[in-house]
Design a protein around this ligand. Structure first.
Ligand code: SF4
Length: 396
């Protein structure tokens, strides 16, 4: 329906989060290499693109690629830690380049917690300034937050703060920590929450937002931990709307086209009324336990109806509940094999994502040295780089 793709613009960052799942690599993008990826999204009829990283605003040609994607008709968003947006001139430049939404990432409004999670002191006031600057120049401000062990008990406190001090933020996104990649994988004990750790504060936070007329999404949280707000689950919405997501990783994974939204299920899930629209428990990284799941017995169709009739969703009004049920509960659609369509016509992407250059390799080596020092100071482990080193050897 309304697909949105991701381009990792850079992979370095000026923060050092202990659970970063996309840390520094030796790959880099030029305007030309990003342009090809934007053109592909346009050709595929994608609704929008999210520029992400690393910290995307560290790419010198970010305004230029933003302008290009916007002129090509894509709805352009950016996920940022806000450092450069805190500069008014940069915020204005991005607004003029067509940036529609900025997702500023803040984990906790308790400064000491934010400092610890960022591995960098003093980031919170800067990110808060970025919010005000973006709003001043007409960019819609969304809040992004990774749920982790250190903020699991005060997600609602964060929301109360934003409603009071930054009332123009109308949309919030929570991502439960992905423990399968980067530094998150090697620091699981320090940062990965149990599902029960955040159940209460997430429910309170969702209630506060709903009562205040704001919208929100929650990713990688099974529906039994957010049953009252199941319609806000990213996986559930993608399952219901049959959406896909292409992510252009600036590393050796290159392009991932995600069309399946289910993770792992427990035996008890077979009793659950939401099984067919639930993403289950995120299984990569093996940090979450299916034994934490418990079936629920609520109306699946009421949740689907709410998603299909959401006036804020770009897919609004495309299907009635009856039409959806016919498609979703009917016989499975014929596969590529049944239709005898050769793979190349399925438009699986084979685009090259960035490249390793002398300059990007030097930047990578410099960043790794600096991050080694930060890791020692903050007591977290550095990510496993054997795949990166292998990629470097292949490039030689
Ligand atoms: S019991 Fe299983 S299917 Fe049901 S909501 Fe929980 S994870 Fe989803």
């Amino acid at each position: 329906m309304a697909n949105i793709g991701y381009i990792q613009v850079v992979r370095h960052c000026n923060h050092f989060c202990g659970f970063c799942s996309n840390p520094t690599t030796p790959y880099s993008h030029t305007f030309e290499s990003m342009k090809v990826l934007v053109d592909d999204f346009v050709e595929r009829g994608y609704f929008g693109v999210i520029l992400t990283g690393g910290e995307p605003s560290l790419h010198p040609e970010l305004p230029k690629i933003c302008q290009y994607a916007s002129d090509a008709g894509l709805h352009v968003r950016m996920i940022t830690n806000g450092t450069r947006m805190a500069n008014e001139k940069f915020a204005r430049q991005m607004a003029e380049a067509g940036l529609k939404i900025v997702h500023v990432s803040i984990y906790s409004v308790i400064e000491a917690v934010e400092d610890e999670l960022r591995g960098t002191p003093g980031t919170l006031p800067i990110a808060l300034e970025a919010l005000d600057n973006a709003a001043k120049y007409g960019i819609d401000v969304n809040m992004n937050c990774v749920i982790n062990k250190l903020n699991a008990d005060h997600l609602d406190l964060n929301i109360r703060y934003f409603i009071k001090h930054h009332p123009y933020i109308r949309h919030f996104v929570w991502n439960n920590l992905d423990p399968s990649m980067g530094r998150a994988e090697v620091n699981q004990d320090q940062f990965t929450p149990r599902l029960a750790d955040f159940e209460l504060s997430l429910t309170r936070a969702c209630r506060l937002l709903e009562r205040s007329g704001r919208t929100f999404r929650v990713e990688k949280v099974p529906l039994c931990y957010m049953t009252d707000f199941a319609w806000a689950s990213t996986e559930t919405r993608k399952i219901v709307k049959s959406e896909e997501r292409i992510v252009h990783f600036l590393d050796d994974k290159q392009t991932v086209r995600q069309q399946e939204w289910g993770h792992k299920y427990a035996e008890v899930c077979e009793q659950c009324s939401l099984r067919s629209i639930c993403g289950g428990v995120f299984d990569r990284g093996e940090a979450y336990d299916p034994a934490e799941l418990a079936p629920v017995f609520v109306s699946r169709d009421a949740i689907v109806e709410k998603i299909l009739n959401d006036p804020n969703d770009p897919s609004f009004g495309k299907l009635t509940l009856d039409e959806w049920k016919q498609r979703f509960d009917g016989p499975p659609a014929p596969s590529r094999h049944d239709l005898d369509i050769p793979p190349e016509n399925m438009r699986d992407t084979t685009l090259r994502v960035g490249a390793v250059t002398d300059k990007s390799r030097k930047l990578y080596e410099h960043k790794r040295r600096k991050e080694g020092e930060k890791a020692k100071r903050s007591g977290v482990s550095l990510e496993n780089t054997s795949l990166v080193e292998r990629a470097l050897r292949v490039e030689e």
